[in-house]
Design a binder for this molecule. Structure first.
Ligand code: PGA
Length: 244
């Protein structure tokens, strides 16, 4: 499974280094073989080798150039970073990135072979408008995206569940994930108010291949616990598989 921490605009470079080191020790000590991704703020990016993969929350679709306030491929190369988050709801709704811009960014980093965690999800008013408008809204977020890209991971994150403590029911997550899996066979993560208290329930769902965690991941011990849940679920599957 894939367990990802989106640290957003939190943790300085020093704090991030401590965070990643602590996480790395935990993963090694507990034989955790799940895919663990951490997305620090741009100024907290650093080289890291080990079980944890460091990814960028954002970068401009350029190697370098005149794009004030942005970082580009060169800045990621310096730290050997080959993983990027694209289409997060805060980039779409707070920073106003359009689908067209996201597609450009997607194609740029896809051509470089990056692992891309591409986020989709609907705002509350769209969800409340009903199943059909909701699926149409989410489908539009797939437009221009190569859903067959081999290094693609998709994260379904309902906007209204991000940082609010609200979550869809487990049944709702399962239903929408099943629908989204028809669009792409890429691993599909759930994100939006995942905490230590609900992570296990979400991770056991058949259509969930992992989680993308924001606020709760800021506590490294909580994030470690979630990685452990994922490992236990996989271990149990193997045991069950052996018995059949
Ligand atoms: P949250 O954020 O866990 O704080 O809801 C998730 C995300 O934004 O990826």
């Amino acid at each position: 499974m894939i367990i990802a921490a989106n640290l957003k605009t939190n943790l300085t470079r020093k704090q991030t280094t401590e965070y990643v080191n602590e996480l790395e020790i935990f993963l090694n000590k507990n034989n955790i073989s799940q895919e663990v991704l951490v997305f620090p703020a741009a100024s907290s990016l650093n080289a890291h080798s080990g079980k944890v993969t460091i990814g960028a929350q954002n970068a401009y679709a350029a190697k370098s150039g005149a794009f004030t306030g942005e970082i580009g491929q060169d800045h990621l190369d310096e730290f050997g970073i080959k993983t990027i988050l694209i289409g997060h709801s805060e980039r779409r709704h707070v920073l106003g990135e359009s689908q067209e811009e996201l597609v450009k960014k997607f194609n740029f980093y896809k051509d470089l072979g990056y692992k891309i965690v591409y986020c989709v999800g609907e705002p509350l008013e769209v969800r409340e408008a009903g199943e059909k408008p909701m699926m149409e809204y989410i489908s539009a977020q797939y437009e221009g995206i190569d859903v067959n890209y081999e290094n693609l991971i998709i994260a379904y994150e309902p906007v209204w569940a991000i940082g609010t403590g609200l979550t869809p029911t487990l049944q709702e997550i399962e239903t929408i994930h099943k629908d989204l899996k028809k669009k792409s066979s890429a691993p599909l993560l759930y994100g939006g108010s995942v905490k230590v208290t609900n992570a296990n329930d979400v991770l056991v769902l058949n259509s969930v291949d992992g989680i993308l965690v924001g606020s709760a991941a800021l506590y490294v011990e909580h994030f470690c616990r979630m990685c452990e849940y994922a490992q236990n679920i996989e271990n149990n599957k193997l045991i069950k598989g052996n018995n059949v």
